[in-house]
Ligand binder design. Structure first.
Ligand SMILES: NC(=O)c1ccc[n+]([C@@H]2O[C@H](COP(=O)([O-])OP(=O)(O)OC[C@H]3O[C@@H](n4cnc5c(N)ncnc54)[C@H](O)[C@@H]3O)[C@@H](O)[C@H]2O)c1
Length: 376
């Protein structure tokens, strides 16, 4: 039973519906309003979770003095404008990925967040999966040693998803692959060279002028001597869904390549002059991290909110994004309650998103290097 003081609204109830019961059960949340311009979606979620208050337009949420924080789960082209409107209305803002699709909009959101003094958090699922949390612990305990290289890939086919996906440049939606790498390396991307690959059918080239179903990039990181490689597919590629990441350390390498299978962890004995190194391989079971959450929302690391009758496409992949949803809600809520920056604050979100935007710029310029701007 919620008994906190924070009054939250969730806007966009396709994927967004997944978060509604988590807010309802979070101990710091007093009330939840749901909002969607689609009356059927609105009615379904309102009934399903017995939500007390519902509305059809974001403007109603923005104008309401009884809402403190807004979680946006609208379509990609709406994220930037809606996030700025929410922040300028003096409300805290969580937004699904990507933060925006232009560098100018990233600057505008960071500025709106600073001027408002409110919280902005990008709700990047890939840095709260149990596989990522396990890798992060290994790295923080020093078991991987000095990082030498990182690699990420996000394969997904977006045929017949909502119209704004048609022909989207793959690297505009790269944060699931970029985020884990930059989070582990604790830095940002400084420079990128990216190539487009494959052949996109004509009709998919119209909306964004993007000819590439696949983009693959090399990022120079802002840490001397470290780089990362990222590949994204969005169309015309038979590889099933996967948000894969690999981190190569001097003492240990962690590879997560296949959905539904445990990662690989390789370890090597210390470098000793004149001796070959011994290697060992294991497949660690990545534990559920409900222990990091308040008890009332711990079960959402495993539980699907939807039944089979009304399943959102994204839940068919990643088993609800590998337990990440309640962690995201908890971090957003607690950062507000504790008056601190969230883990993926506006600057971090802009740095992660800019990496992909600049990668697509490079792919459109035949692989010429593009400097990735810094936001903080
Ligand atoms: N792993 C992840 O982080 C992940 C997974 C899936 C989707 N997403 C992101 O979530 C977003 C939503 O995905 P989806 O598949 O549910 O999209 P969708 O287009 O099906 O749903 C968006 C909903 O937002 C509503 N909406 C938009 N503007 C509104 C407004 N002004 N007022 C009221 N309602 C409004 C629409 O009516 C629609 O129902 C996408 O942008 C995608 O980038 C992220």
């Amino acid at each position: 039973m919620a008994h906190g003081t924070l009054r939250v609204a969730v806007v966009g109830l396709g994927f967004g519906a997944e978060f509604v019961p988590i807010y309802l059960d979070h101990p710091d949340v007093a009330s939840v309003v749901v909002c969607d311009a689609n009356p059927q979606r609105l009615a379904r979620v309102t009934e399903r979770f017995r939500v007390q208050e519902a509305c059809l337009q974001l403007d109603e949420v923005i104008g309401s003095p009884r809402i403190d924080a807004v979680h946006l789960v609208s379509g990609i082209p709406d994220h930037a404008g809606q996030a700025i409107a929410v922040l300028r209305a003096g409300k805290h803002c969580a937004c699904t990925v990507p933060m925006a699709t232009t560098i100018d909009d990233l600057h505008r959101i960071v500025a709106a967040q600073r001027e408002s003094g409110r919280t902005y958090m990008m709700m990047e699922t890939a840095v709260y999966t149990r596989q990522f949390l396990f890798a992060q612990d290994l790295h923080q305990r020093g078991e991987l040693g000095r990082l030498q290289f990182l690699r990420g890939a996000h394969y997904q086919d977006m045929e017949c998803w909502p119209p704004y996906w048609a022909g989207l440049p793959p690297m505009w939606y790269a944060t699931h692959a970029v985020g884990p790498l930059l989070a582990l390396a604790g830095t940002r991307a400084k420079r990128v060279q990216c190539l487009g690959s494959g052949e996109m059918r004509q009709e998919l080239r119209q909306q964004y002028g993007n000819p590439w179903p696949v983009e693959t990039a090399l990022f120079q990181l802002a840490v001397p001597g470290l780089c990362a490689e990222v590949t994204r597919t969005l169309f015309h590629c038979a590889r099933p869904y996967m948000e894969s990441f690999t981190v190569y350390g001097e003492d240990g390498c962690y590879e997560w390549q296949l959905e539904g299978e445990p990662p690989m962890l390789f370890r090597a004995s210390p470098v000793t002059p004149g001796q070959t190194r011994r290697h060992a391989a294991e497949r660690p079971q990545t534990p559920d991290r409900a222990d990091l959450l308040p008890a009332p929302i711990g079960r959402y690391t495993r539980r699907f909110v939807y039944g089979n009758d009304a399943q959102h496409l994204s839940f068919e992949q990643g088993g609800g994004h590998h337990g990440s949803h309640p962690h995201l809600v908890h971090e957003f809520v607690r950062s507000i309650v504790e008056a601190r920056a969230p883990r993926i604050d506006s600057v971090t979100a802009a740095n992660w998103t800019a990496a992909g935007i600049c990668a697509h710029q490079s792919a459109m310029a035949d692989g010429h290097a593009v400097e990735v701007p810094a936001f903080g």
